[in-house]
Design a protein around this ligand. Structure first.
Ligand SMILES: NC(=O)c1ccc[n+]([C@@H]2O[C@H](COP(=O)([O-])OP(=O)(O)OC[C@H]3O[C@@H](n4cnc5c(N)ncnc54)[C@H](O)[C@@H]3O)[C@@H](O)[C@H]2O)c1
Length: 285
């Protein structure tokens, strides 16, 4: 169902790789809501993924950019304004990658060159994006910028590795830049902290299927899907949230406020049965 929330708005969406991608769902919904958009991803992702199919479906242009390259990002904003015919109203940063995770390096055995890459791709790229846009005055007054993040920025989550540090930095950049961009141009900058979601990046997280199940049982509303995340992005890009900025917004079915749920406890107890003697006492060891 469309509400016309983004009627006449222009947007740039980074990070749609395939149909599972959260950015893919955001792009589809943004157009449904009346926006015109450009898409961006790395040259290799454009070649290997299905971004061009999405562009065809949505009748929009794909502008290649490595998000670690300031020059590439400058070009994305220059070209997007050109093809969309004016300043940009909303931007989605949906980019994350850790070479340490890919290579199976654990958090107490990080390769520091790879850590630098994790931070550059997954967090500093957000600063580069904002700086490139601001220097061109590419974002319209009360424009809205959203980056996707995960709760491992606040709480330790098994297996999330150096991406946790990247997300903490990403959220900090949203606040620091949000102050300056808000003060000078009324541009809003927020992060949405999404539930575990089965995507290409999500599958890279160690034990993702169990993490997904655990989060689902812990959350009173269950995990938020990629489609529901896209719905939330529509609200954040719309004029209905003009005074929301510098926030980390949890979109996780309530997970971040939970301690223990009945459903998670029931599963835990079932698992514990293996460790109980005939009198119901837990056998440790
Ligand atoms: N999937 C989850 O469980 C989950 C949960 C919370 C937050 N997030 C965040 O959502 C965002 C989108 O991830 P997704 O789950 O849709 O997975 P995805 O794999 O579909 O998207 C990740 C994107 O990052 C792009 N990318 C990687 N390196 C890049 C670079 N150097 N320059 C430009 N783009 C680059 C990839 O090409 C891909 O399109 C990420 O920031 C991720 O951390 C995901």
């Amino acid at each position: 169902m469309s509400y016309g929330l983004l009627k006449g708005k222009r947007g740039v969406i980074f990070g749609a790789l395939n149909e599972q991608s959260i950015a893919w769902k955001v792009a589809v919904k943004a157009v449904e809501e009346g926006a015109t958009i450009t898409l961006s991803n790395t040259a290799i992702a454009i070649r290997m993924g299905q971004v061009n199919d999405l562009a065809k479906q949505l009748n929009c242009e794909v502008i290649p950019a490595d998000a670690t390259s300031y020059e590439d990002l400058q070009e994305v904003f220059r070209r997007s304004q050109e093809v969309l015919g004016g300043k940009i109203d909303f931007v989605l940063h949906s980019i994350g990658m850790s070479p340490n995770v890919r290579k199976g390096r654990t958090y107490d055995d990080l390769d520091y060159n790879m850590l630098g890459k994790t931070l550059d791709i997954s967090a500093i790229s957000f600063h580069k994006m904002l700086q490139a846009a601001k220097k061109q005055d590419a974002i319209a007054e009360y424009g809205s910028v959203v980056a996707l993040t995960y709760m491992a920025a606040q709480r330790t989550m098994f297996g999330y590795n150096d991406m946790a540090d990247a997300k903490a930095l990403l959220e900090s950049i949203a606040r620091s830049f949000g102050y300056i961009y808000g003060r000078e141009h009324h541009v809003r900058i927020n992060t949405i902290s999404q539930s575990p979601t089965m995507t290409t990046a999500g599958s890279g997280v160690k034990g993702m299927d169990r993490l997904f199940d655990f989060a689902n049982r812990m959350s009173p509303l269950g995990n938020a899907s990629a489609d529901e995340c896209a719905d939330y992005c529509m609200v954040m890009f719309s004029d209905l949230t003009r005074k929301v900025t510098m926030q980390n917004l949890f979109h996780d079915g309530g997970f971040s406020s939970m301690g223990m749920s009945l459903r998670a406890m029931a599963t835990y107890e079932k698992g514990l049965e293996e460790y109980m003697d005939e009198n119901g006492n837990i056998i440790y060891g």
